[in-house]
Design a binder for this molecule. Structure first.
Ligand code: ZN
Length: 319
């Protein structure tokens, strides 16, 4: 099959082996998949992954032990878990000790004609969520995870730091939850998008950190973002860290102790809530699509997604 493969370098492979069958897996013919910052980090060495990249997808089920799934249009949860380890048994299966992760850890991903996932990972999509919206289910679920981890209400001062792909989803989710969120970013056209969504937006250059925010969600994807967040949050406030930055940069953590700051790491989130928000058009994702490119141009698609200011690049599997 055709696939975009990372093995020391990134390349389009016209005849990559199809994913091997495993018990309980469903075979999915991928329609399209979104490029995520995690994919860009992997190419720089994050996770030490080799194989087919990509984990934000929509596709059709070709074969499955669950006959009701065959022919259905689906997206899929990316953590493939054992169900037997202590973390799985205590309800923390997204942290399974034996997990593989689609396109990120020991499991070939979605930038290919076919992928395999356990039937239990798949979510059938309603007609009201089209293919373009569907590739945002996974990152939008990650945005909803913030609400699972931090209590947010209209009285709180909340800042989303970063106006990139994930920051703009997190900001919309928080606004939808009734929180008067503010976005701080570097790109005028993205801050204008926030204004369109009735979300307050400020250029980073105008900000003087004052240790006055109840919650700061760092979606910058940079080590400098966390340092800025720590300067913005109030004593005993919370910094939610959404960035996975593959860096070894040393940083000063003394303010975390002095101001007794809670730092909360945040990763994957609830798919059902993301699908419902998209179906009810409570979140605008189509404004985030920068360009569609074919799988054959996957290397160029990744380069494009890396450029500052570029939002979602979608890779389509049509030949
Ligand atoms: Zn497990």
């Amino acid at each position: 099959m055709r696939a975009l493969v990372f093995d020391k370098s990134l390349s389009f492979q016209p005849r990559h082996p199809e994913p091997a069958a495993a018990g309980g897996d469903s075979l999915v013919r991928v329609r399209q998949a979104g490029v995520c910052s995690t994919d860009l980090e992997i190419v720089k060495g994050y996770m030490g992954f080799t194989g087919v990249l990509g984990h934000e997808f929509v596709g059709e089920v070709v074969s499955s032990p669950d006959k009701d799934l065959i022919g259905q249009r689906v997206c899929g949860e990316i953590n493939v878990v054992c169900g037997r380890c202590d973390l799985c048994l205590s309800g923390l299966s997204s942290h399974c000790r034996n997990r593989s992760v689609l396109g990120i850890l020991n499991h070939d991903g979605a930038f290919a004609e076919f992928l395999r996932l356990p039937a239990i990972n798949l979510h059938v999509l309603p007609k009201t969520v089209d293919d373009d919206a569907a590739v945002f289910v996974e990152p939008l679920a990650a945005a909803f995870q913030v609400l699972k981890q931090v209590q947010i209400d209209a009285r709180k001062w909340v800042t989303v730091l970063g106006d990139g792909r994930l920051g703009l989803l997190v900001a919309q989710v928080l606004r939808d939850a009734g929180c008067p969120v503010r976005v701080i970013g570097k790109h005028p056209e993205k801050l204008a998008l926030c204004e369109k969504w009735q979300i307050r937006a400020r250029p980073l250059a105008d900000i003087v950190p004052r240790h006055d925010q109840d919650v700061v969600v760092d979606c910058t994807g940079s080590a400098a973002g966390l340092e800025m967040a720590i300067q913005m949050v109030r004593p005993r406030g919370t910094v939610v860290l959404k960035s996975t930055v593959a860096t070894g940069k040393a940083m000063n953590l003394a303010p975390v102790v002095i101001d007794e700051i809670n730092i909360v790491g945040s990763r994957c989130g609830p798919f059902r809530e993301a699908i419902r928000a998209l179906a009810e058009k409570r979140v605008d994702v189509t404004s985030l699509i920068h360009r569609r490119m074919k799988l054959e141009q996957g290397v160029e698609a990744m380069q494009l997604a890396e450029r500052p200011g570029v939002l979602k690049v979608i890779v389509t599997m049509e030949s």
